[in-house]
Design a protein. Sequence first.
Lengths: 392, 257
Amino acid sequence: MIRVDEKGFYGKFGGAYIPEMLHPNIEELKDNYEQIIATEEFQDQFRSLLKDYVGRPTPLYFASRLSEKYAAKIYLKREDLCHTGAHKVNNTIGQIILAKKLGKKRIIAETGAGQHGVATATVCALMGMDCTVYMGELDIQRQRPNVERMKILGATVVPATSGSKTLKDATNEAMRQWINNPVDTHYIIGSVVGPHPYPEMVARFQSVISEEIKSQLLEKEGRENPDLVIACVGGGSNAAGAFYHYYNTPEVRLIAAEAAGLGVSSGKSAATTALGTMGILHGSKTLLMQTDDGQVVEPHSISAGLDYPGIGPVHAHLFDSGRGEFVAVEDEDAMKAGIELSRLEGIIPAIESAHAFHALNMISFKKDDVIVINLSGRGDKDLDTYIKWGGY
Amino acid sequence: MNRIHTLFNKKKDRVLSIYFTAGFPRLEDTLSIMEAIESAGADIIEIGVPYSDPIADGPTIQDSNQIALENGMSLKKLFSQLEGFRDKVQLPVVLMGYLNPIIQYGMEDFCAKCESLGIDGLILPDLPMQQYLDEFKGIFEKHGLSNTFLISPQTSESRIREIDQHSDGFIYMVSSHSITGAKSGISEEQIAYFQRVKEMKLKNPRLIGFGISDADSFQTASEYSNGAIIGSAFIKILKESKNLKTDIKKYIQSVIQ
Ligand SMILES: Cc1ncc(COP(=O)(O)O)c(C=O)c1O
């Protein structure tokens, strides 16, 4: 069974390893979130915003030319068509309503690719809340359009200048700022990472993805269950959403594509399950890239959203228990897969999502298997990287 | 009974604990900094084990952690430097560190090593009370190590009581809503919190830390507790110092007066 226990563990992974200063915040969240999201009032507001504001349900699109090439029935779950361009907004809508109910006045968030930052800035504008987003200095350079979007939306973007100057450091900074402002501030974490209850809470908000896949596939194929679901994993929120309602359906294979960067053994990689060992990062016990001395290793990926040395505890458990199959996709192959999708289907994917598409070349499946690939985001933010890489 | 208990049995007020990051400013400074802290008249030495991702620390201590790691500090290295330190240093010594490097070393081995070296206590800011009770309390006790928990202005009265129940040595009162080194000066609001906790008449002594930097703030903290912990302000002294021994002495004596 893939399920969180009452202490916040998925098997050996999870928990809430946080400084005492954050204890009241985490308790407040833990004690209230399930009850709040179970209310009709919350559900009505959440569902109606997902429908009319985000544009859900997102289509489940049969990709015929891609299917032909790989001799399978490939469907794309079009999270790239969500308002703001990625799945991240499903979670920020849920958390902002929750924050309001908890009486919070300010929102802070971390961001890697800037998609979560944009999704947070967006819902803060929508709800009239003050918003500060922490972003690694390196990511500010490579995801410039998203930085501008956050500013237009009225958010303050603060560079994180320590360590590798990427997502891990932005998360450190957001946690520090939450310690500094514990009373009126809610921290909207952008993936299924962090101390309990964040991983499960974020997964629940994202689980709308697999909820929709089930009914859409039933309509198109006469069955709720595909043979495979493929998603990229940074922290793991789009994957958790796409897998959620299939966790305990063993006949559905769950494929997670991590970022191998320049190669798993190159020293410049973010392939956490391939390289990681059990450790504690950002408040949860999980798999983590680290030295023998327990120092966190600086990751590398061409995609800012996957450039993270850890993985959500639920994914550590999927890996450890064998329920999930993990592949590590190199920068170069992800870029090629992104171009392939652009040319075959007329869809430019986010470079994060492109990792999931290359997985088609790394796993075996049967002819005519039904495969759902979670297309977590669109490539608009990545044009610079595509152009530099391909010389277009 | 370890050196922390002995200290608080004798001395009930104006206890001064000094924090520094092992491996900063230079890799091999550890022992000479400890000796200088002792001879300057402080009461407790708190050695920080550097970590790549110190989420409860502000820029000053983030910096000292990073430089220490670049200098080559590690837990193993620190333990080798501390071999035989009890011949030279008598003060209670507490290790402060984030959980991950310690878990990689192995909690049981770590605590056994601390005991054999003559370390008296631990402060692990990201080890919550429940996890401590579930997983580690027995190990700490077996090796005679005091465990210090943090409390903050947000900590509820019932939780403070619980923490007091499970603490042994002293309680670390974080002075405000903040990471280390973030604020200076002590506000009315902080005083009210100090007073509120003082009136709870806890069984453990309390030391106030975060934002304590000079004779004034040390004095104020001492009026409401058993003393204070200085970290960031001391790291700044080390960073600027051309002569560690003299500057440490000068600084600590200026605080104690
Ligand atoms: C389009 C897209 N996909 C995937 C991710 C990775 O996040 P997660 O693993 O939480 O889905 C990001 C993160 O920024 C993203 O922008």
